[in-house]
Design a protein around this ligand. Sequence first.
Ligand code: NAP
Ligand code: MG
Length: 505
Amino acid sequence: MPTTKKPDRRGGKITPKSNTIKLKFDTSWSYAPAPESKSAATIKPQYDLFINGEWVKPASNKYFDTINPANEEKISQVSEANTADVDKAVKAARNAYEKVWKKISPKERAKYVFRIARMIQERARELAIIESLDGGKPIRESRDFDVPTAANHFFYYAGWADKLEYAFPNRNTEPLGVAGQIIPWNFPLLMAAWKIAPALATGNTVVLKPAETTPLTALKLAEIIQESGLPNGVVNIVTGAGATGAAIVNHPDINKIAFTGSTDVGKIIQRAIAGTHKKVTLELGGKAANIIFEDAPLDQAVEGVINGIYFNQGHVCCAGSRLYVQESVAKQVIRKLRDRIESLIVGDPLDKNTDIGAINSRQQLETIHKYLKIGKEEGAEMYQSSCSLPGKGFWCRPTIFTNVAQSARIAQEEIFGPVLAILTFRTDDEVIEKANNSPYGLSAGVWTDKGSKIFNMTKRMRAGVIWANTFNKFDPSSPFGGYKESGFGREGGLHGLSAYVSLTN
Ligand code: NAP
Ligand code: MG
């Protein structure tokens, strides 16, 4: 019989006397811990840069720590690439492009891309563990979403490599050359796959920079690429912070920039390459409207909303962070949402039962706290789950704001955390007006029983992806990208190929 109080699996306390769980919500059961083993992952204490098929020391000889946001412990240290390193990587990519990759037959290209996909599958468990350790996301997500979807992107684009004449009928395609690719921390391996797979399939070579806080799965991918026998220099991976990204953007021998990240940095990049020959695709921020009509199956919709905003701690550009509920069902939906967030398990990302893991970094946690304060000051009502949080690491309880005004900052600005702003509406026209009243236009969701309503809404809403009676569903064959300040260009699907070719007739 334990003598000390332990945190329960869903926020209550286990009392030593009876071992029963006192929870604020009505349940008589709980999950036993089911931690994934760290020992299935090999992480080196230090990583150099992956340039020209080899691990090379950074010119600056500087390294920085990457930490586990769930306990703030150092996991490894990675190199800080400066302009000289980026130049070396771009030269390697150019050389590989001119001498090997653009000349190799499309069928051979396909084989390599396919092989990388297979190797990601073979090492799926290890990659999932590292993703959760380095970034804080629940293992269930890394295991069931990030890693398999990353492998699927390589499979999908391997299929296109020798069929470009069908993708672009009656046109000649040429690769662009060297692609500089910069990715964020919310889906580190998946974003690398989104960027690298179509670039390789179309005959381009790559210099990729992962985010400062989540470099490890990209470096693991470098190991896979090395083992796959991909010709040296076709993919180069350089780690560092914003300055390393800027060195890629400003390098004169880059032909294309593919960037996923914040709208602010997207604007800097656009300014930096204005007037140059460089092509660009920008996948930026979002503030998705998720709309529930009174005729929707409410339980299903509530589950979809939960998935839409609390998935990956709300670190999702297309997160359904603005919920519009038709007035007649608002009370009911809010009650269901409050009940549901109370049952979400927040804690150890490596535990297979965890719903919400750690916030990616201290800085991001501070941003979220800033918005919680703003929300309260703006007069919205805040409700948070009563779960207990681990003592160390970066955590945020799932949060709901009601009584939110359309003009409120928490309804207009991207928070990038597990924070939902709930607004109400009466008519279709009103909600379309409100949903479109945003600088962003990345994604949206509609919940209704009526097909005609879905078509009406999807035609009139300005968002790149609109889900109907579901949310956050991805497939390599579907294009993804935004309108307005959510960026331009599409990744995924056939559209994702056109971002990496020029059509010469
Ligand atoms: P971020 O600060 O813009 O960083 C994105 C990447 O750019 C990181 O690798 C970052 O390096 C690098 N970077 C920073 N400053 C740079 C500069 N001046 N020049 C070139 N590169 C630079 O974004 P984040 O905070 O990592 O990611 C969250 C944002 O990404 C959110 O706004 C989210 O909506 C957006 N996002 C969009 C999509 C989409 O598909 N539309 C998908 C995922 C995320 P460091 O990390 O080392 O600073
Ligand atoms: Mg980390």
